[in-house]
Write a protein that binds this ligand. Structure first.
Ligand code: ATP
Length: 461
């Protein structure tokens, strides 16, 4: 096992990060989730931190990874990555116990964790942040959202099973948790079990080892609602599939609700037993597609509000128009800006955001140059690149030129004079004027915003 080296200079970086985190995490969560973390080692810009058990690790990864990373990067004054290691002695326990934080008094506030019901020891607590009220419905997720609500309102009556599939970080787990919360809000005695397919498998293996499979089966088969996340994990794992098949049947026959998420459509899941595949298709299959620009902005605003982060509109637009479609990544950027702003006591501005996120965004944009922007913008408006460089003052032409100038500033690191020189030798003050003008117009004109978004996507493609 890696042991904490107190004389390691990075140990004090961790100590500094902890005191930074204390300023931004509510006290209860801070003592539940941050204090038990120990410094283990530091290698190649990666901080290795040890945590009590696997469940704790997963929880941190889902909820605090980005914040911890930001606090560490601020303390170390450079970008670091973070990895959590399960402390060995605890890893060997057959079934990880819930850490203290999971023990709540049953009242579910935004900061408390919903404890799995009696008999649901194998289940994970629901994520308190993943409720319907915190979910933004918009292009891409409307259908899955409506389906999840229908199931939550009428468990085991409308659609059984509900199978939600879609790409990484698009809100599948959020909807699955929201179903659980909603059912518990209406009936606190309901036995709701939320669990990842991976956890299902690990626990099965543990119970086999302990020769207690009857107990395992009884636990999973005595719930009212089974919410299984990331079912794709069981592909190719025969024994887990068999066990899951029987659990599924037992629940289904007893009119219990089953909801499943997956990154693939059932027919596209390789190495999945046919009988399971067909069961996944018995109920309703709902997909989640990547969000459009407006939905991304709405989600960012909602997250900012929930995390008490002051997010100006231009920064929300800047983040949303980055080419990331993964909402988790988008949220990570927001949390990082929020942490930086609060730790350094400075407001979030567009300049600060660009500076702070340049390492994250740079890779995707490194091949973008002014010529590409000119060509793509000209094509989009049916103009010639020479028109953009010219002095012609036709209204449509002027706006296309100003958009191209704004895109150069947004997508490249070129200076104002450099950009001006590539647009027929324009003065840097003309470039500044154009960039500011487009920025002001975008704040008021969502049509212009989406036009620019389309051009940007074409450039980044
Ligand atoms: N429509 C939405 N409204 C609000 N938040 C959202 C929305 N969609 C996704 N999120 C947020 O994005 C993050 C990632 O979502 P989630 O974990 O549910 O994704 P996932 O599809 O289950 O990803 P994975 O495939 O990695 O399991 C979460 O913090 C979630 O709250």
């Amino acid at each position: 096992m890696l042991s904490a080296k107190l004389n390691d200079p990075m140990h004090s970086t961790w100590t500094q990060a902890v005191s930074n985190l204390e300023k931004v995490i509510p006290p209860q969560n801070f003592s539940n989730w941050i204090l038990p973390i120990q410094f283990a080692a530091f290698r190649d810009d990666t901080m290795l931190l040890s945590v009590p058990n696997q469940f704790f690790k997963e929880w941190l990864e889902d909820n605090y990874l980005e914040l911890i990373r930001s606090a560490l990067s601020v303390a170390a004054d450079k970008n670091l990555t973070v990895e959590f290691l399960v402390r060995e002695e605890e890893e060997l326990q057959p079934v990880p116990e819930l850490p203290a934080a999971a023990e709540s008094n049953g009242t579910d506030t935004a900061e408390t964790v919903r404890v799995p019901p009696a008999g649901g020891k194998n289940c994970s607590p629901l994520n308190p942040r993943y409720t319907f009220s915190q979910f933004v419905s918009g292009a891409g997720n409307q259908f899955a959202h409506a389906a999840a609500l229908a199931v939550a309102n009428n468990p085991a009556i409308t659609y059984n099973p509900l199978f939600i599939y879609g790409g990484v970080g698009l809100g599948k787990s959020h909807l699955l948790n929201a179903i659980g919360h909603h059912i518990l809000d209406k009936d606190p005695s309901a036995r709701v079990c939320y669990c990842s397919a991976e956890k299902f498998m690990h626990e099965m293996v543990n119970y086999i080892r302990l020769n207690k499979m009857d107990e395992f089966r009884a636990r999973y088969r005595s719930v009212d609602v089974l919410l299984i996340d990331d079912i794709q994990f069981i592909t190719g794992k025969e024994r887990t599939q068999v066990e899951f098949f029987h659990t599924f049947n037992a629940l289904y026959e007893n009119h219990k609700q089953i909801a499943i998420t997956s990154d693939k459509f059932p027919r596209e899941m390789p190495n999945l037993e046919e009988r399971l595949r067909s069961r996944f298709e018995w109920g309703l299959i709902a997909d989640i597609q990547p969000p459009d620009l407006e939905t991304k902005i709405a989600i960012l605003k909602k997250k900012a509000e929930l995390n008490a982060i002051r997010l100006p509109d231009d920064v929300a637009y800047f983040l949303a128009s980055s080419d990331t479609r993964n909402i988790r990544e988008l949220e990570g950027m927001l949390i990082r800006l929020g942490a930086y702003s609060s730790l350094q006591d400075i407001p979030i501005t567009l300049t600060m955001a660009k500076q702070n996120l340049k390492d994250i965004l740079v890779d995707k944009r490194k091949d973008i140059n002014i010529e590409l922007i000119q060509k793509t913008t000209a094509d989009y408006f049916g103009l010639k690149v020479a028109d953009l460089k010219s002095e012609k003052r036709l209204k449509a032409l002027v706006q296309a030129r100003q958009i191209a100038l704004w895109l150069c500033r947004d997508l490249t690191t070129a200076s104002y004079p450099d950009i001006g020189s590539k647009f027929g030798g324009k003065d840097h003050s003309t470039v500044i004027y154009s960039v500011n003008k487009i920025e002001r117009q975008m704040a008021e004109d969502s049509y212009l915003m989406s036009t620019i978004e389309e051009i940007k996507s074409a450039i980044l493609r």
